[in-house]
Ligand binder design. Structure first.
Ligand SMILES: *Cc1c(COP(=O)(O)O)cnc(C)c1O
Length: 333
């Protein structure tokens, strides 16, 4: 048996999803004429209580466009030191937007208004102007840790009071919603921008949407074009995303259950020194031996995983990991 726990991006389209893609009605989306892309953008915006949306090839692009929309060159943004926008987007904040980054030391990537407030620069020509706060929910490098909306409210209030924009990197926002019980539609009131990945746990092959008000999305279309992200008959891909929103949200709880089973099992092993709480679909654990040694042993049993540190391994659960495979991993560990 093989089990791929490297990432929730490795999923393949299901037969139902392929069917939806095959029968999609498409047009030239750069002309605004792809009705399936339009339907996806409207559907996602409505789900999150936002005015409008734009479909992009990747979550890196939706985040980078949001940063460009919400800042001016020479500005500074505030994010946790684990933030995907800072660590894993190739330095795009500086390259695309000419913006510097102030990093916070949150708990598993989760930051608070008390941490943000002292890092907002006063008006003074020596200091870059703080204009944006970026949150990630769930936090990838935090091991799928979550904010509730109650956690977010004080940060949103602070941003409002200080005239800062607030963007959500919601690559795994549906995992957070499944865990916290918060409603997607309530997010619109707190954020200026929300990026949602369709190609992570939701299982679509390609793409993310950026949600915001109409004016921001109008400008975002310019930025997407300039980055080379204008796609033509993208409705074939958008159809997979709509299918994922309709069919793959409820089932995320199964991935969370599987993550918990693996976390509990790992906690019993003498070769594991620490297991982080598995709140959603990611399990992070530390090993006595170097991670590479453990990964090789897992690989020999057909189990693929990744290291995120010299002695840290990450398991990610997703829709192509079924109960039998979880049992097999438990037996193999
Ligand atoms: C995967 C991911 C993204 C976007 O990644 P792409 O591969 O560019 O789609 C953004 N933020 C987080 C937290 C992610 O895990």
């Amino acid at each position: 048996m093989t089990v791929d726990l490297r990432s929730d991006t490795v999923t393949k389209p299901t037969p139902g999803m392929l069917e939806a893609m095959w029968s999609a009605k498409v047009g030239d989306d750069v002309f605004g004429e792809d009705e399936t892309v339009n339907a996806l953008e409207e559907k996602a915006a409505a789900m999150f209580g936002m005015e409008a949306g734009i479909y992009c090839p990747s979550g890196t692009m939706t985040n980078q466009i949001a940063i460009k929309c919400f800042t001016q060159p020479l500005d500074e943004l505030i994010a946790d030191q684990t933030a995907h926008v800072y660590r894993y987007e190739g330095g795009g904040i500086a390259f695309n937007s000419g913006v510097s980054t102030r990093l916070l030391n949150g708990y598993r990537g989760i930051i608070t208004a008390e941490m943000v407030e002292p890092e907002i620069n006063a008006e003074n020509i020596h200091y870059p102007r703080t204009s944006l706060v970026v949150l990630e929910n769930t936090v990838n490098k935090g091991g799928g840790s979550c904010y509730t909306l109650a956690d977010i409210k004080p940060i949103a209030d602070l941003c409002c009071a200080k005239g800062l924009k607030l963007h959500l990197d919601g690559a795994r926002i549906f995992n957070a919603l499944a865990h916290t019980g918060d409603k997607a539609v309530d997010y619109g009131a707190y954020f200026n921008g929300v990026s949602v990945c369709l190609s992570k746990g939701l299982g679509a092959p390609v793409g993310s949407v950026l949600l915001a008000d109409k004016e921001t999305i109008k400008y975002a279309r310019r930025i997407r074009k300039v980055l080379g992200g204008g796609m033509r008959q993208a409705g074939f891909l958008a159809a997979a995303a709509i299918y994922a929103l309709d069919h793959h949200v409820e089932r995320l709880k199964i991935d969370h259950k599987h993550a918990q089973i693996l976390a509990e099992e790992l906690a019993k092993k003498d070769w594991v020194t620490n297991v982080l709480p598995a709140e959603t679909n990611i399990v992070l654990f530390d090993t006595l031996e170097p991670a590479e040694t453990v990964l090789a042993k897992l690989e020999a049993k057909g189990i693929k995983a990744m290291s995120t540190g010299s002695h840290r391994i990450r398991f990610v659960l997703h829709l192509d990991v079924h109960a039998e495979q979880v049992e097999y991993v438990v037996a193999s560990l």
